[in-house]
Every structure is written in C-alpha cells, then in structure tokens.
Design a protein around this ligand. Structure first.
Ligand code: PAF
Length: 510
C-alpha cells in the first residue's frame, strides 16, 4: 500500500470510504519519541490492519497559552519516524479542519466528573474535556477498530475508555506500558524543555515511586507522607501524590490487590506526571463452569498466551479420586480419609508449553484420571467436606503469589474470591455432549451414545450445583460467556480482552 499524508477533513473522509481493511489508530500531538514509536510498532505487530497516525496539537486541551505556544513542533521528523516504524498513513489536520468555525456538528464533550476531578483534573481545568472532544472528533472521522494509547497518561486512558463506552463507539483500546528513558523518567514530549538539573530531580521522584512499589510488595502498605517528605527535601514541588484504586480513582482500599500511586511535580516551568501500580500479588483469572463448557482448552490457551500458570483444580479432585479407587479406600470413614490426605502429594509438571502432566505420589496419572470410572465418582468425592477443605488450601498455596489462571467449579466463589477476572463459561447441554464425545482425552466417552452422554452431563450438573459445600454457581461478579457457536480462539480472545481491560499492561513488567 502506498504511504499517504492526509491533511484535509474531506480528504480523510474520502480515504476512509475507500478503505476496506480495519484501522489501527494512533493519535499524537507530534514531537514523537520512543513512547510513540512503541505505540506505532505495537499496532504494526498486532495485526495486518492499516496503521493511521494523527499529528494534531489540540488547543482545547491546553489550560495555559504559554504551554501551547511552547509545545515542541517537529513535523518533518515526525513524518519520517511514523513511516519508518509502521505507519501506513498520517493525518495532519489544521485547527480549522478539526474545529471548523460555524460548524454546528462539532460536539464539545465533557469528561465524567468522577474520573476527571481527581489527579491532573484538579489543576488542569477543562483539559480532559478538550482531550475527549478531539478524540471523539477523530474517532468519528477515522472509524478505527483499535485505538492505541500509552499507559503513561493513565487518567486520560480511563477517561477515553469511559468516552467510548458512553458513546457506544465500536472501538477497542489497546494500551502499552509507560516507556522510560535511561534515567528512569517517563518519556514525554515536554522532556525537551528540561535542564540537566530538572531531569535529575524528576529522576529522583520516579525512583522514589519505584522504591515505594518495592516496599509495598514486601510490607503491603504505603506511607505517602514519608515519600512526600523525601521528595520535598530535594526542593521538588509536589502538586499531588495519591494512592488510588486504578480504575475508579477513589481512595485505595486495604483489600485492593492492584492500586495506583500517582504524582505530579513541577520543575521550573515544566510540570511532569508519573505513576506506578502497586500489587500485593500478580493477577489471578478464575474460570468456572460445568463439564464440557470448554474450560480446559480455553484455560490452557489463556495461560500460554498471557504467560500465566495453569491450575486445573478439576484434575486435583480427579487425582484424589484415582488414589481412593486404586487403594480401595472407604472414603466415608473419616479416619481412612485423613490418612490419605496426610500423605498425598499432587503435583503438576509441564512437559511442553501447552501440556502438563498430573502426578499423584510421583506416579503419572494424566490419562487414567480421565477414565469414565473416575468421571462417575469424582463429583461424589469432591462433595466431601474434608476433601474440599484440603484441596482448596492446596490451591490457595499454589496461588499465593498470583500470576495464574485457574479452572474449576468454585474458583471465583471459594478458592480465589478476590480474583481480578472471573469468568463463568458455559454452553448448552447439546453442545457440551457433542464436545465431550469428540474429546480425545476422554476415550471412554467416545463409546457412549449421545443421548446417554447428555443424561450423564445433566446428572453431573445436578450433583455439582446442588452439593452442600461450594456448589457450582456463578459468582456475583463473574462474567458469563455462553460458548455455543463460538470458536475456541474467539472465546480465548474475548477473555484476553476482558483481562486487558482489568489489568494495566504495566503490571506485567517486573
Ligand atoms: O496523549 C496525547 O498525546 C493527546 O492527549 C491525544 C490523545 C493525542 C489527544 O490530543
């Protein structure tokens, strides 16, 4: 495709009408640095869509005329940088193109108070209204599938996410972590104004945020006054330093696993923002659902794609059932049960990136636990109070540091009630019976006729949903996905989108 530069509104509308492919849109105000380059190249590598970069210094988002006049302008370099890093087209409109005088169709948008009155909104009156207005205008002209934004401007990202939801725009936000310079300060077009000494001060401020992040991992608490004291001692003027919930921007609560420590400082004429995400443990995804809903396949793929640990809790119940059958243990007798729970070791070992084996007391049971014999008793065995208590504790131990995706029937309700993302995966009985029949891991089931299989599934559903302890129910905050008619990859992509919506990309950086 020929690379193009588009300057006029009519030209962009024409260009858009003639494009059949989907568009990745990267809005900028120019003076492109490595942060912008990362956005453009991420969009390029994500898919085969057309990449459009816009360069427009939006006067509406400047609360200070001097700041607007001084905003660095490097258009020739910006064009070269955009094209050489994956842009297919660049939109460089004038003020009149974006805000034509006397055009009643231009909508001036207000940012939501609950998100825009905190942090930067306190001092930069009208700033986020200006951002919303220009982005809304650009999205309507360009109609992209994906909008690429940096997490450096986290509050802006939240406000634009809200704008897209509010206006029901059909565009997905893709974010990239804050990009930093050699001295740790976040890349920003305004950095060109900094003197050597100012850079040092900002670098000190950023290093204190990172120190707080490290301490938080150890101590699970934060002392804002202490940080303010250390920073102020260097004669750095702090505009704000807040510890907030990362999505609502309300004060962080003790039980928030992920929170935001964000600050703004002034160095000379320049105002800079920085933040870190504080985490007690890495994120957890809980996937619950009935037999045959596609849980295992989907969970394994998600673990691989997001580089998370895969915890198959159903396999743990099956493994224990296998031992009970093999040793012919009368599990109704508490003493006998206590004896095997005392000594049993159930561990998972990955032999390839997408397959893991289950071992009971060092014996590999991966295949045997999938037999119909085990399937027919696992529900009964997993309804025993002592067994559930024992295995839930084992599962929580595995999940102590987070960084995992667990599948089962009580993950979101009992095992990890504070999981960041809870999915309830289900499908009609017909669909689940068909899937079970073609499941290569369940050899015995392939010999059973479809009708009998449906009856078996119904019976299992009934037992699981009606047992006294931890019955299979959807957690209040779980998102239900009915998988009938969807391919595995579609379900996986949907869950990954939901995950990205709840977890800042930056938290993946150690
Ligand atoms: O982040 C920016 O550079 C600007 O706020 C944006 C999103 C391009 C709107 O002018």
């Amino acid at each position: 495709m020929k690379k193009v530069i588009i300057r006029k509104t009519e030209e962009i509308e024409n260009w858009r009408r003639n494009i059949n492919s989907e568009i990745n849109f990267i809005p900028t105000m120019g003076n492109l640095h490595n942060g912008h380059i990362k956005l453009i190249s991420t969009a390029k590598n994500d898919n085969s869509n057309i990449n459009l970069v816009s360069i427009f210094i939006n006067p509406l988002q400047f609360d200070n005329k001097l700041d607007l006049d001084n905003y660095p302008k490097t258009i020739d370099d910006d064009i070269k940088i955009s094209f050489s890093n994956g842009a297919d087209a660049i939109f460089i409109p004038s003020n009149e193109d974006i805000y034509p005088p006397n055009n009643k169709n231009i909508k001036f948008i207000k940012a939501p108070i609950e998100l825009s009155s905190a942090l930067c909104g306190l001092k930069r009156i009208g700033h986020f209204d200006g951002v919303c207005t220009v982005v809304y205008r650009l999205l309507n002209l360009i109609k992209p599938t994906n909008l690429y934004l940096g997490e450096k401007d986290w509050q802006q990202l939240l406000i634009l996410k809200n704008l897209i939801q509010r206006k029901k725009l059909n565009v997905a936000i893709k974010s990239i972590p804050t990009q930093r310079d050699f001295d740790g300060i976040p890349l920003s077009s305004r950095n060109v104004h900094l003197t050597k000494n100012e850079r040092k001060l900002i670098s000190f401020f950023s290093s204190k945020l990172f120190e707080a992040k490290k301490d938080f991992q150890k101590e699970k608490k934060i002392n804002l006054n202490e940080i303010i004291k250390k920073v102020s001692a260097k004669k750095i003027s702090i505009e704000y330093l807040e510890h907030l919930h990362p999505y609502t921007l309300q004060k962080a609560r003790l039980d928030d696993n992920i929170s935001l420590l964000a600050g703004a400082i002034r160095c000379g004429e320049t105002r800079l923002i920085d933040h870190v995400f504080l985490m007690k443990r890495r994120p957890i995804i809980a996937i619950d659902g009935p037999a045959g809903s596609g849980k295992s396949t989907v969970t394994k793929l998600i673990a691989k794609k997001l580089k998370l640990l895969y915890l198959d809790t159903g396999a743990m119940y099956r493994a224990l059932s296998w031992l009970i059958v093999k040793e012919n243990i009368d599990y109704k007798k508490e003493k006998k049960l206590q004896n095997i729970l005392k000594d049993i070791s159930i561990i998972f070992k990955s032999n390839t990136s997408s397959h893991q084996d289950v071992y009971v007391n060092n014996y590999c049971v991966t295949e045997e636990i999938r037999s119909q014999k085990i399937s027919s008793i696992v529900s009964k065995i997993s309804s025993i109070k002592e067994i559930r208590k024992f295995l839930v504790e084992e599962q929580r131990k595995i999940g102590e540091l987070g960084g995992l995706v667990a599948e089962g029937r009580d993950i979101g309700t009992t095992v990890f009630p504070h999981a960041e993302l809870k999915i309830f995966l289900t499908a009609s009985i017909d669909e689940r019976a068909k899937r079970r029949k073609s499941d290569k891991n369940s050899k015995d089931l392939q010999e059973i006729d479809l009708r009998t299989l449906k009856e078996l599934i119904k019976k299992r559903d009934f037992e699981d949903s009606n047992r006294e302890i931890s019955p299979l129910i959807k957690a209040n905050d779980a998102i239900e996905i009915i998988t009938d008619g969807y391919s595995i990859n579609e379900v996986v992509d949907k869950i990954i989108d939901l995950y990205n919506d709840k977890i800042p990309k930056e938290t993946e950086i150690k």
